[in-house]
Write a protein that binds this ligand. Structure first.
Ligand code: COA
Ligand code: ZN
Length: 312
């Protein structure tokens, strides 16, 4: 029987974590990373991006990586898709979940996917139509992620009304779930509480994910604020890798080991074994020796008397 989970951690290091790194992480290292995190209890992993290989050669092996991930029973295998072509490839690979990305900031959307947000919404409608025509056993879940929801390097502050409008448009287009992403680390706990509460109020029953970067040190504080707003799905990267080459100033995601430690310490079950997870960092340091990893738990160790969260 699957263990009881209070809060879902989705590892995005194999996508967000390495999309910005020009050194190719060998396929064997990627698959070893996935298997090792799975063994540490992680059950949701975004394993790659279906983007043009010319644009991001790091994902040249996306098909092989998905093929491996699908051998792990009980793993929710997801991949980023920036357009309908990426969605077709993700379906062919057999992902469980496709994560569409659309930026609330028009400037970032143009930089990232070369179109306006309205054009991205149009493409999203095509994706949902394609999905709904697939045989039921081949239909992936589709999560729509709103990048730069808390601010943008090009445009600065992003209006709450713009986020709410786009979230509603994507929900009306059929998104199964939505993610609000702080792509460049502009969020603070008060902003997080307010925006998640507003979108939750607009879209009752919609599952919301939080995607935070720790650019200005507020990542875990933002997680606590999102928890208070009812969010139970968080993205993070092992070793705190991360960043977007199309968003100036973007740096690493919140760190998976530290996130799991915090949640377990708070009595929230994640299903993750923190010590085992820390051990997985070695795969990255060997495969990407030039990358600096972040992390407090890997440095300080677990506190004496720490125990994983238990059923209350
Ligand atoms: N996967 C593989 N190939 C793709 C593709 C995809 N998802 N989307 C388009 N292509 C191919 C097209 O078939 C076409 O090939 P051709 O030259 O052989 O005919 C070529 O790429 C150009 O297609 P086009 O539709 O004009 O795309 P574009 O060059 O305008 O790029 C995106 C648009 C969305 C594909 C690109 O900007 C992108 O991948 N952005 C994502 C960036 C990212 O990953 N950011 C970080 C995550 S937030
Ligand atoms: Zn990100």
């Amino acid at each position: 029987m699957a263990p009881q989970i209070d809060v879902h951690i989705r590892e995005v290091g194999l996508r967000d974590g390495i999309q910005n790194i020009s050194t190719f992480l060998p396929t064997e290292a990627k698959t070893a990373w996935i298997s090792a995190e799975f063994a540490a209890g992680v059950r949701e992993i975004e394993v790659c991006s279906f983007v043009p290989v010319k644009l991001i050669p790091q994902f040249a092996d996306a098909m092989d990586v998905v093929r491996h991930a699908r051998t792990l029973q009980g793993l929710n295998v997801s991949a980023l898709v920036p357009n309908s072509k990426g969605f077709e490839r993700a379906v062919e690979a057999g992902v469980d979940e496709a994560d569409y990305v659309i930026s609330v900031s028009e400037s970032h959307n143009k930089s990232n996917v070369r179109r306006t947000p309205d054009e991205s919404v149009e493409d999203f409608r095509r994706i949902m139509a394609m999905r709904n025509e697939l045989p039921p056993d081949r239909r992936p879940k589709v999560v729509a992620g709103l990048a730069t929801a808390f601010g943008c390097t090009f445009e600065g502050k992003i209006a709450e009304s713009a986020v709410r409008r786009l979230a509603t448009a994507l929900a009306e287009a059929g998104a199964d779930e939505l993610a609000l992403a702080d792509t460049v680390g502009f969020a603070d706990p008060a902003a997080v509480r307010k925006l998640f509460a507003a979108v939750a109020q607009d879209l009752p029953g919609m599952t919301l994910h939080a995607h935070f970067h720790d650019t200005r040190g507020l990542g875990l504080a933002n997680v606590v604020a999102a928890l208070e707003a009812g969010v139970r799905h968080f993205d993070s990267s092992l070793g705190g890798l991360g960043g977007c080459q199309f968003a100036p100033g973007a740096t690493g995601n919140i760190n998976t080991e530290d996130l799991a430690f915090m949640l377990e310490s708070m009595g929230l079950r994640t299903g993750v074994d923190v010590e085992k997870l820390v051990g997985v960092r070695g795969i990255i340091t060997r495969g990407l020796p030039d990358e600096a990893l972040t992390g407090s738990i890997s440095r300080a160790g677990l506190p004496k008397g720490f125990h994983a969260a238990r059923a209350s």
